[in-house]
Design a protein around this ligand. Sequence first.
Ligand code: NAD
Length: 476
Amino acid sequence: MTLFQPSPLFIGGKPTPTADEFAVHDPATGVEIARVSDADESHAAAAADTAAEALPDWAATPPRRRAEILAATRELMIARAGELAELISRESGKAAADARAEVSYAAEFFRWFAEEAVRPDGRFETSPDGRSTTVVTAQPVGVALLITPWNFPAAMITRKVAPALAAGCTAVLKPAAETPLTALAIRDLLVEAGAPQDVLTVLPSTRADAISRVLLAHDAVRKLSFTGSTGVGRHLLGLAAGRVVNSSMELGGNAPFVVCADADIDAAVQGALIAKLRNAGQACTAANRFLVHEDVADEFAESFADAVARLRVGPAAEPGTDIGPLIDDRAVRRVAGLVADAVERGARIVREPVEVPATGSFAAPVVLAGVPDDAAVLHEEIFGPVAPIRTWSGTDELVAVANATEYGLAGYVYAGDTGRALEIGRRVQCGMVGVNRGVVSDPSAPFGGMKQSGLGREGAQEGIRAFQETQFLSLG
Ligand code: NAD
């Protein structure tokens, strides 16, 4: 297998022709790097039929065997980590170090869920009146439709595929049209590791809406697991409601990054670099609003801007690159618009932006100080390397500002007094809070958001439960 040669569309283990193909581009150069089969509605229907036919055998496959296949997939991902990282960089633009980190993180979901596959969750107990025995079992929910974004082309896939297969579900995966190559490579590795061809069908497509409608209308599809923007998630929830399809949603974020007056500023800056600039700021968990106590705001802004000025922006392939391009030119224009709006409303750019290559979809990181509350950058998901700083003086004010958003995915709190950091963490309405840490993603911990950032959790025990149905048997 050559990872750079996308396999054709496989449905039921057979190569399946498509009328159209679409191009995948390298965001660092704009150059076409591959052409991929473009699945349509007929392929979606065939993929759902295939998954439905494969379901009974896969659900009946001993959990230990399913676990072995998942564990072997992880081994293959690690053995081919260099190639996978290069593929991620080529199609998403991600800097080499970020891409390597993503492969390790993504592979870890196969290990975690291989382990979860053999720990069935159930109960067996005498009922309170002593007249019956209660048996509670977890069963695979059925065929799962998995839809993923481009910003983590491997991890967003393994975070769904591994628990779905561990639970005994079969699945149809629709990766983002920007980054289908990593999805196809992971599917090839899964089959190489011993998975039957028909337990996972990957449907690269430019017709996301049309094929999702077909799949969500299919009788066998009982689960929708979506990661992407809140707008598309809301739309898909509406479609899923038509057949009351069990739905998990991992949606957008607007993470507050809180720095208290007693915080270790050097540590906060290090955390801010990761929380803000991993993947050029294109992460749902990316710090979106820096809420810094007024006593340390200047010190934090200066040292953060100094650290940012030392970073190199360039193509992933170039040695020394810290920050790669954004996904496309539209993203660059959107981010520039947010900076211009903030400056127009009175914000200050702390240091002149570093140079970026003239061609490709590059954006220089920018730290903005004194950002007023009406600036769009404090309310929209930035999805780029812009760090707006807003100051505060009292804890109640801080909490009110942090929670003044429809989102509630990740948050970060830096404080010298851990008790105080935990208190603020508890009051911030976010599904995940990094306390004196700029990273919250961990396959063994529940990942997900409150409010309009989503429904349900991925990873941890919760991740496999999302692909299971609970059944109660009452024994007389
Ligand atoms: P997006 O919502 O535009 O697309 C996500 C996926 O949905 C893609 O596969 C896309 O093709 C598909 N899609 C788009 N329109 C559709 C439709 N009408 N019907 C069915 N499918 C459709 O998001 P994106 O730009 O790819 O990714 C960025 C977004 O994802 C950000 O909002 C980010 O916060 C979010 N995200 C969330 C998490 C999380 O875990 N909460 C993780 C990563 C990204």
